[in-house]
Design a protein around this ligand. Structure first.
Ligand SMILES: Cc1cc2nc3c(=O)[nH]c(=O)nc-3n(C[C@H](O)[C@H](O)[C@H](O)COP(=O)(O)OP(=O)(O)OC[C@H]3O[C@@H](n4cnc5c(N)ncnc54)[C@H](O)[C@@H]3O)c2cc1C
Length: 669
């Protein structure tokens, strides 16, 4: 499993590539990325034909997913060729998930240059490159890169990524492309640390294809359960290999799987979501796109809880150390802005009217922060760059006078408009003004949604609670440590000094670019306060914060407030959201009781969960950036598919973490 401990944060290193004619060569591994004779023909021969891809695709039945994993995605050539075959042979209502692993992700400018030569793949390459993630370590899910074709980019060492995926104990992979650099110079990629997890992750009959024909590699793969055959190689290479998984041994979990529930036997077809804020809307949309019929219920109307903000910022955070909080914030931000960009590109969200993703600025506080960020934000292709005061001023459009971090793909969105957009789908029905609903379990493993007058509003076997700080009022969930945090935004008139603000500027609070002649500024923060009245004191607080951070933009006549809104955020004790199955508290305690004596003991049991009950709440101040990945994670658990996050982050957001912590608390063994 990936365990970053307290290491210094870093982007994944860029490869050092030399060109030999038109062929890219890795300097570190002293090996070519593809054949100098004909890269496309080589890849088609070794990987596409070697894995019998077209045949496997054609054999898919409606509702099935084919999962292909490539070790060493390099320039993306195999991914593009796989997509090409997929688009030709895809049976209706099937999906392909491509897991693309690389420890040295090529940066976008180089990627563009290298792919420019494949004229037969131009369109596909352009699409893939626009979705190519920045080099943050971890997993980056890209849904629908091509029709029915999604990509999980894992910017990790192969052994780490596969060990992490294999730790779930699920068998997900149908086809393996082993395309690392030569075993002679890149031994780690061809080691048992890779082949062991490959065996654990492989479905029955999983196929394998590789350019290598090394006897040592063949023997190791055979030891890992694959029967390997030699095939004619491409060009000057005499042989390459293909193979198929034989018998699989059951493996023991590397850690207690308290964050994993018993696998679902059937994928959900129909589901109820309570809560029509941004959390409920994101989950509804992802399920609807998977063909589920979704009913979304809300006590009031769409986006009338915390998701009522008319200009929310796609907040994230940067740290000089790895940690659950910054790592989740970074990966979720990158995923969110990709999701919102897709909605814009598809014409579902209107640029400038409902959304602006031209970047946002976070002012740097003090010299320590400056030094820390200088150390980590040195990659121009990263999701964030450190700007000097002058550079920040240029991006902001107004005088900033301080250095700032710039997040070029971030910006602001209108949350109610976003919720409406997400919920506009043929498979989604929204039922508003139900009043507060309560869940009751009923015979036959289904849930009743009951209103305050004890009327049954709906009955469903799968329910998602996206009910923010009201979630702990439901069945057996009073142990969730949720905290209401009141917040208020204020609207101020545009002045000639602020009119040019081009991107949101965040300090302790924030100011967004003008919209309809007004700036939205915010936001106050009052823990354990659930009062939704707009208050003058909070307006004064917002103005004070703004003047202290950006006083140069305002003259002595002061700032005039023209409006504002107050709402309640829902935070957790550890500031991470709550995403996943709802554990059954008493049975969870019994099952994992041995952890109270020895926290390192491996209890080989899966977490007892309320059947069909899922939680998605606790987004604090980052609903915009955290909810798309939350929905992806939840949907992957519902469909028993690979997760879009490393396991330590799945654990960090699991509802069960609070029960697990109580069990191991105080035990230092
Ligand atoms: C002042 C302020 C400024 C903010 N600024 C930003 C920002 O700039 N960027 C950002 O990312 N985030 C921001 N946030 C946070 C963001 O708004 C939240 O993280 C996000 O809206 C949470 O969404 P949600 O769907 O979980 O909750 P909500 O939007 O609160 O939705 C929960 C829904 O569940 C319904 N519900 C609850 N209980 C029941 C029940 N029993 N039966 C039926 N329905 C029920 C409610 O009616 C509500 O509609 C801000 C929050 C505030 C208050």
């Amino acid at each position: 499993m990936i365990n970053r401990g307290n290491q210094d944060w870093h982007f994944m290193p860029a490869p050092w590539i030399n060109l030999d004619g038109e062929t890219p060569v890795s300097n570190a591994f002293n090996d070519i990325y593809y054949s100098p004779e004909d890269g496309i023909s080589e890849s088609e021969h070794v990987f596409i034909e070697g894995s019998r891809l077209a045949e496997r695709i054609a054999a898919l039945s409606p509702g099935e997913t084919l999962t292909v994993a490539e070790l060493g995605v390099g320039t993306g050539l195999n991914c593009l060729l796989t997509a090409q075959v997929w688009l030709q042979h895809r049976p209706p209502q099937t999906q392909l998930r491509y897991i693309a692993i690389d420890a040295f992700p090529i940066r976008e400018p180089m990627l563009k240059a290298l792919n420019a030569r494949w004229t037969s793949l131009t369109e596909l390459a352009e699409t893939l490159i626009t979705r190519w993630p920045p080099p943050l370590p971890g997993c980056h899910r890209r849904n629908e890169v091509f029709k029915g074709f999604s990509v999980d980019f894992w910017w990790e060492e192969a052994a780490s990524a596969l060990g992490d995926l294999a730790s779930h104990g699920r068998r997900w992979i149908d086809i393996w492309y082993l395309d690392g650099f030569s075993p002679k110079t890149n031994a780690d990629m061809w080691s048992d640390k890779v082949f062991g997890p490959m065996q654990t992750l492989s479905r029955d009959g999983a196929l394998i294809a590789s350019f290598t024909a090394s006897g040592d590699i063949r023997r190791r793969l055979e030891k890992a359960g694959f029967s390997i055959t030699k095939r004619p190689g491409f060009g000057r290479k005499r042989e390459c290999i293909a193979g198929q998984l034989g018998e699989v041994m059951q493996s023991k979990p590397p850690t207690t799987p308290w964050d994993i529930a018993t696998p679902v036997t059937t994928s959900p077809q129909q589901i109820a979501i309570i809560g029509a804020g941004i959390a409920g809307a994101q989950v509804a949309r992802q399920l609807a796109e998977r063909g589920c019929r979704v009913r979304v219920f809300d006590a009031a109307r769409i986006a009338t809880g915390a998701s009522c903000q008319s200009q929310g910022i796609t907040y994230t955070r940067v740290s000089h150390k790895f940690g659950k909080l910054p790592d989740f914030a970074g990966l979720s931000f990158v995923h969110a802005v990709d999701t919102y960009q897709q909605l814009m590109d598809q014409g579902e969200l209107e640029a400038d009217k409902q959304v602006q993703l031209n970047g946002y600025l976070q002012l740097v506080k003090g010299s320590d922060q400056q030094a820390n960020f200088e150390a980590v934000l040195s990659d121009p292709q990263g999701h964030a760059t450190l700007l000097s005061g002058a550079e920040a001023t240029e991006k902001a459009g107004v005088e900033i006078g301080r250095s700032a971090i710039f997040f070029p793909t971030g910006g602001w969105l209108d949350l109610p408009e976003l919720c409406q957009t997400l919920l506009k789908h043929k498979n989604i029905t929204v039922i508003e003004n139900t009043g507060a609903l309560t869940l009751r379990s009923s015979i036959g493993q289904s849930w009743l949604l009951v209103d305050s007058e004890e009327r049954i509003i709906a009955q469903e076997s799968q329910v998602v609670l996206a009910t923010a700080h009201d979630t702990d009022k439901q069945v057996d969930l009073d142990w969730l440590p949720l905290q209401p945090i009141r917040g208020q935004t204020s609207l101020i008139d545009v002045s000639n000094k602020t009119d040019d603000i081009a991107v949101p500027i965040c300090h302790e609070g924030y100011i967004a670019p003008a919209r309809g002649g007004q700036h939205c500024i915010g936001a106050s923060y009052h823990p354990n306060n659930d009062n939704r009245e707009v208050s003058q004191a909070d307006h004064a607080h917002n103005i004070d914060q703004l003047q202290r951070a950006l006083g140069q933009l305002f003259d002595e006549t002061g700032i005039t407030i023209t409006g504002g809104s107050a709402a309640i955020r829902c935070a957790t004790a550890d500031y991470l959201p709550i995403i996943g199955f709802a554990p059954i508290r008493d049975r969870f305690r019994e099952t994992f009781a041995p952890l109270a004596q020895d926290r390192k003991k491996i209890v080989d049991a899966q977490a007892p969960a309320h059947p069909g009950l899922w939680l998605c709440c606790g987004f604090g101040s980052r609903g915009l950036s955290a909810t798309p990945i939350a929905a992806s994670l939840l949907v992957s658990q519902m469909f028993d598919e690979p997760p879009p996050l490393p396991r330590y982050l799945q654990q960090a957001v699991s509802p069960a973490r609070f029960l697990q912590r109580v069990l191991v608390k105080g035990n230092r063994s």
